[in-house]
Design a protein around this ligand. Structure first.
Ligand code: 26V
Length: 847
């Protein structure tokens, strides 16, 4: 007799096939005999959606019944990428669906490529949020993400004459099977107006309409949620205006409301753009908090219980208006007294800082805040004043213990200044460094709201995203706050999901790992990857490892060919730098080394040329649309590619490729095919980095500075196994000071600079870029390329030397994967849950 198990599997497969065919017939509306890949994708996706919703409904009902404490992850960005493969695999549907898909004449991979990326984010911060959702669900932690359903995600990047071009990302054109519109769930969000009798009377209002995006966990029945809000007008059409022939006026309100959820980070060069950003922030934060309070109130009477049922994690400064909004809702709508509301707020919120770049630490002009959100501004002022009152005694005694008399020569100046300005109370002056409301140092008299300060004061915990970064913020931006309450400051080193970033994107390696370790448990228990260490020296194992890398390189070469037309040899070393383009990430330093290599190849005799290790240098990333230097850096890459790739003398020894429109799904092909990857930010500037972790997991060696999570990766994989170079973070301040008088003592530097400003390129094309790092009368090489250049080339040489010994190289590659377990987002989320959120797993019982 045929075992029951097999019969069930057969029945399931048949059921999946029937469902897909029904979807193709009645949802897509075509004949299954002749489906295009897009139609087949739609049929399969809408079928998988139903499985997802079944498990989603069960999870949410179970959580409603159990009423556990929830984590709410507030983020302006969620870089989800594609969903189909992830959903099929996390739900364990490959067996059931694989055959049905093949019968349609496609593979899962082909159908997946039909899906648009959900690019609702810029880079690391947004992708981190996406990895976190995966881990929250996988660990069965009750938790939801909250954000904005941008109609257009991150712009599409093209190349025009080697420069970045930007076009809108129409990601919703074919519909979105992965969301559930909740049109009945709409919250009112107010703007402008005034405060009357202590309450806000806005004079503009819109609706935040919820869309749920189920998030399947791996190896569990738990399906979490990402709730995104779309902005809609209170009334969408003015019939009277239309009838009067004022057609555009009739739809004005709709257009204006829809602006709010239209694009990610509208350009803030204009006043309107800046206001729109703040509108987006209050829009999703208010909707999220109203939504959670409404659910909380269904089962709880006393608001004081909120901190035991909800924790809101604020992902960088974008959602930090939550401090004022939660206060407002508790006081103005729930009728609580100030102190009670403050107690609840500071126990329910937590804050993560993701950068020390001053331009990214948001400070809103008081004028803009007061106009758009008058009641919030009032609350912020009161928070600030109570906060400073609480510090006044301490500060007074500190000021009192300092010498009162200024030095005689300064005293004369002080008297002159005093004549011009009202006298400054020394205590008030000393309190200024703690203040949420600060004076704009660049514009006298203009007051700003420091959002990071408000977040730290108004929440229970502030954390950085890698060990070094968490130390740096305690010494710099939050120094004074750290000294007041050191217990509030924590580190949570980032992580990435091993599902998307190893198991699914690298099926070849994943199979080998499972075979070698004897089970696939490593996919959720990444510590088990250490079991690979004992095979690192095994020649037969190394050979298998290498042949998988070669297959992945072939896939990457095919991708490069299709995206750029450039053919790259698979026997070359694949060297990758993919991330946002930024001066601090130093893609131009990478290019300086490319120029140096090019010049060395050119100078070598045909005999000497045989000694070079062939390299393909691959760059991908977007530049912010207003960031002129970053755009020039892209032009540098493409221009070098044009020269080098077409130089017959160089032939296959060196290729330079810029892959346009870098996004999540491209990363899933690029990372498995990379052999060395570059994480070369100036020490102290990259908070963590997360692609470094993805490369490490996939056995790709790293050349990097002692910055961000590179430091911890080096600890785990062995510093001697990483190509480390560059100055130390603790010396950066001094070196920046000294850079004015510093000369790069390396003839290769001058050669590179002359090449870039010489007649190979259009006159003056790279003059500004070169001046920025080389002409100390114009700039100061703020990111210290000159200081790191020589050591960087030394590390590059080490790469070539090791690559010639393929066994040694492969051994290192295996050790990288084997020691990547720590960088799973499951580990990171477990730490957040225990050390900040106090949220416990609440798994849906199986059956
Ligand atoms: C801030 C702003 C401010 C206004 C203009 C637009 C804009 C866009 C993004 C941001 C946030 C920047 C912070 C950020 O993305 N940090 C990255 O976070 C990653 C996850 O923690 C981390 O791995 C990266 O090192 C860090 O740069």
């Amino acid at each position: 007799p045929v075992p029951m198990e097999l019969i069930r599997v057969d029945q399931q497969k048949a059921a999946a096939e029937t469902e897909i065919l029904r979807k193709i017939a009645y949802q897509v509306g075509v004949d299954a005999e002749s489906v295009t890949a897009q139609q087949a994708y739609q049929g399969v996706a809408w079928t998988v959606r139903e499985r997802l919703i079944d498990a989603f409904n069960k999870t949410q009902a179970y959580w409603r019944e159990k009423d556990p404490k929830f984590i709410y992850y507030l983020s302006a960005e969620f870089l989800m990428g594609r969903t189909l493969t992830n959903a099929v695999n996390n739900l364990g549907l490959e067996g059931e669906f694989g055959e049905a898909i093949r019968k349609l004449g496609y593979s899962l991979e082909e159908l997946q490529s039909q899906e648009q990326n959900a690019s609702l984010g810029n880079g690391g911060l947004g992708r981190l949020a996406a990895c976190f959702l995966d881990s929250i669900a996988t660990l069965s932690l009750p938790g939801w993400g909250y954000g904005i359903r941008y109609r257009y995600g991150m712009f599409r990047q093209g190349l025009e004459n080697g420069y970045q071009s930007e076009s809108p990302d129409y990601w919703l054109t074919n519909g979105n099977p992965w969301e559930i519109p909740r049109r009945e769930l709409a919250y009112k969000i107010g703007f402008y107006g005034s405060v009357q009798q202590g309450k806000w009377v806005p004079d503009e209002q819109v609706y935040a309409v919820a869309y749920d995006n189920p998030i399947p966990g791996y190896g569990t029945k738990t399906v979490g949620n990402l709730r995104l809000f779309d902005c809609q007008p209170m009334s969408e059409f003015k019939l009277a205006s239309f009838n009067e022939g004022k057609y555009s006026e009739a739809t004005d309100a709709k257009r204006k409301a829809e602006d709010i959820s239209a694009v990610l980070y509208p350009n803030d060069a204009t006043e309107y753009g800046r206001e729109l950003r703040l509108k987006q922030q209050i829009f999703f934060v208010s909707a999220a908090i109203q939504d959670t309070l409404a659910r909380f109130k269904k089962t709880h009477k006393d608001m004081k219980e909120l901190p035991s049922k909800a924790c809101f994690q604020m992902n960088d400064t974008h959602p930090t208006i939550a401090v004022a909004e939660l206060m407002r809702l508790l006081i103005d709508q729930e009728g609580l007294k100030w102190d009670a509301a403050w107690d609840i707020t500071t126990k329910s919120l937590a804050f993560t800082n993701h950068t020390v770049m001053p331009e990214a630490l948001e400070k809103w002009p008081v004028k803009v805040m007061a106009k758009l959100l008058p009641r919030h501004m009032e609350i912020i002022e009161k928070i600030d004043s109570i906060w400073k009152d609480s510090l006044r005694a301490k500060v007074t005694s500190e000021v009192g213990s300092q010498p009162k008399q200024a030095a005689p020569e300064k005293a004369a100046e002080a008297t002159k200044e005093a004549a011009a300005e009202p006298p400054v109370d020394p205590v008030e002056a000393a309190l200024a460094k703690y203040s949420i409301i600060t004076e704009n140092p660049w514009e006298k008299g203009v007051k700003l709201v420091n959002m990071a300060f408000m977040a730290t004061i108004g929440s229970k915990s502030t954390n950085g995203v890698a060990a070094i970064h968490s130390e740096i913020i305690k010494e710099t931006i939050f120094k004074d706050f750290y000294e007041l309450s050191p217990e509030k400051f924590q580190n949570k080193t980032n992580g990435v999901t091993p599902r998307r970033w190893l198991a699914y994107c690298n099926p070849g390696l994943s199979k080998l790992i499972t075979k070698t370790l004897g089970s696939d448990e490593w996919i959720s228990k990444t510590d088990q990857l250490t079991g690979l260490k004992q095979h690192a020296d095994d020649k037969a194992f190394q050979k298998q490892w290498r042949s998988i890398k070669l297959e992945n390189k072939q896939r990457l070469a095919d991708l490069i060919k299709s995206k750029t037309g450039i053919s790259v040899p698979t026997n070359a070393l694949y060297d990758v730098q993919i991330k946002r383009i930024h001066e601090y990430k130093r893609q131009h330093l990478n290019m300086f080394s490319v120029v140096n290599r090019y010049l060395e190849i050119k100078a070598a005799s045909p005999e000497e040329r045989k000694k070079f290790v062939p390299r393909v240098v691959i760059i991908g990333g977007k530049a912010a649309s207003a960031y002129v230097m970053a755009k020039k850096m892209i032009k540098l890459v493409t221009s070098l590619g044009d020269v080098i790739n077409n130089d017959p003398e160089v032939s296959d020894l060196l290729k330079v490729v810029f892959i346009p429109d870098y996004n999540v799904s491209l990363a899933e092909t690029i990372i498995p095919g990379a052999e060395v990857s570059q994480h070369i930010s100036t020490a102290g500037t990259e908070a963590s980095g997360t692609s470094n972790m993805k490369f490490q997991m996939n056995g790709c060696l790293i050349i990097g500075t002692m910055d961000g999570a590179n430091i911890e990766i080096a600890q785990e994989s062995g510093k001697e196994n990483m190509f480390v170079f560059g100055v130390d973070a603790k010396d950066i301040g001094r070196l920046r000071e000294e850079r004015k008088n510093f000369k790069v003592n390396d003839p290769r530097w001058e050669k590179v600079m002359s090449f870039l400003t010489g007649n190979t390129f259009e006159q003056g094309l790279f003059q500004d870029l070169v001046d920025n790092v080389n002409d100390m009368s114009k700039a100061n090489d703020w990111f210290l390329l000159g200081n790191d250049f020589t050591d960087y080339l030394r590390a590059q040489d080490e790469i070539d030397v090791l690559y010639k010994d393929q066994d040694a190289w492969t051994k290192r590659s295996i050790l990288y994967t084997a020691s990547s377990g720590f960088f799973s987002s499951d580990r990171c989320i477990d730490q957040y849950a225990k050390e900040i959120w106090d949220v416990k797993p609440c798994p849906v019982p199986s059956s």
